[in-house]
Write a protein that binds this ligand. Structure first.
Ligand SMILES: Cc1cc2nc3c(=O)[nH]c(=O)nc-3n(C[C@H](O)[C@H](O)[C@H](O)COP(=O)(O)OP(=O)(O)OC[C@H]3O[C@@H](n4cnc5c(N)ncnc54)[C@H](O)[C@@H]3O)c2cc1C
Length: 302
């Protein structure tokens, strides 16, 4: 049997979106608000709801895509790589039906202004009202694109992530029931990237700011060394923490090396049940999402 790493389609559908407005949230993040004629049919499950966004290439004004329903992934893969739309994964930060159907996505710019980011980051940095993309989004609230699902009997929640995971962490915090104990670590580039995170949970939030960290002065430092320093910042913070008593559920996302190191710490050194640690690499240093998807697809076909 041949399998691929294609994300589950049903109950997902394609929607055409256009930019309604953009708002800078801080030095490293921009919120883009989208509208679309069929947007009321898209139903987010909240929390870490993932969606696929399809961007036009630089020489195009709309993403080139042939909506083949459930066969979309196979159709997308065989399209000319120089022409097919650029596919990236993002989180629905918010959805509203009134006063108009709108959907917000918060984009980390990761060097877009210095020209070092990928196409999605560049697109977001330059987006203006009217720009068009497509989205593969859910049409039922309880869908396979929501991973944050603490089981019955969970006593407290651990959340960790960088700015790419901040939209999901913000939504999870807003979703937690009043009084839920939560320990939260969020890494951002600059102090001004910190956001208000409304929650009824009993949340202890620690912000790790890269620009304030001596360990992040990477000039003259090899890429491997810089990488291990980056993992170290989050890992050291969690390792030094006193954690609550009781049964934990952990949700960790962000750069995949950091995510793996943290998961190992929680399972091997803290004794977390590995089934109670939901971990997702949201990006990997030095690899575009296309490269990661190609690796996953090749591994699934073996
Ligand atoms: C389930 C899921 C949900 C996600 N939700 C969000 C979200 O809501 N908001 C968001 O901003 N991102 C989110 N991401 C991460 C986003 O998909 C990646 O950052 C993606 O690689 C950006 O695409 P790009 O075209 O800008 O860069 P790519 O072309 O994919 O990569 C180009 C280069 O940039 C580097 N790079 C990619 N991302 C970063 C980064 N954040 N910091 C530094 N370097 C980076 C890569 O290592 C590579 O070297 C999510 C990812 C997943 C899997």
């Amino acid at each position: 049997m041949t399998t691929t790493a294609a994300p589950a389609t049903a109950p997902f559908r394609f929607f055409d979106l256009h930019v309604v407005r953009t708002r800078r949230l801080g030095p490293s993040m921009v919120r883009i608000t989208f509208g679309g004629a069929r947007l009321p049919e898209l139903l987010t499950g909240g929390r870490d709801q993932r969606v696929k966004l399809f961007f036009p290439r630089e020489h195009q004004s709309v993403p080139v895509f042939d909506d083949q329903g459930d066969g979309w992934y196979a159709a997308w893969r065989v399209q000319d790589p120089a022409e097919r739309s650029i596919m990236r994964t993002y989180t629905v930060r918010a959805q509203r039906q009134v006063p108009a159907p709108e959907l917000d996505v918060d984009f980390a710019l990761h060097g877009a202004e210095e020209g070092t980011s990928g196409p999605a980051g560049r697109w977001a940095a330059n987006a203006v009202p009217g720009d068009r993309i497509s989205i593969l989004g859910p049409v039922v609230e309880d869908n396979g694109g929501v991973d944050f699902r603490p089981p019955q009997g969970t006593d407290w929640i651990l959340l960790s992530g960088d700015e790419t995971a901040l939209p999901a962490i913000a939504n999870i915090l807003a979703w937690l029931t009043p009084g839920t104990k939560a320990k939260v670590w969020i890494e951002v580039g600059h102090a001004a990237d910190r956001q208000e995170l409304p929650t009824f949970a009993d949340a202890d939030i620690t912000w790790l700011v890269r620009e304030e960290s001596d360990a992040d002065r990477t000039i003259g430092v090899s890429p491997a060394r810089a990488e291990s320093r980056a993992w170290g910042r989050m890992l050291s913070a969690v390792r030094a923490a006193e954690l609550p008593e009781g049964t934990p559920y952990a949700w960790i996302a962000g750069e995949s090396g950091t995510v793996k190191a943290l998961r190992r710490h929680l399972v091997k050194e803290r004794g977390f049940d590995r089934r109670a640690v939901k971990f997702t690499g949201y990006w990997r240093r030095g690899a575009s999402e296309e490269q990661l998807l190609a690796e996953l697809t090749a591994a699934a076909q073996k």
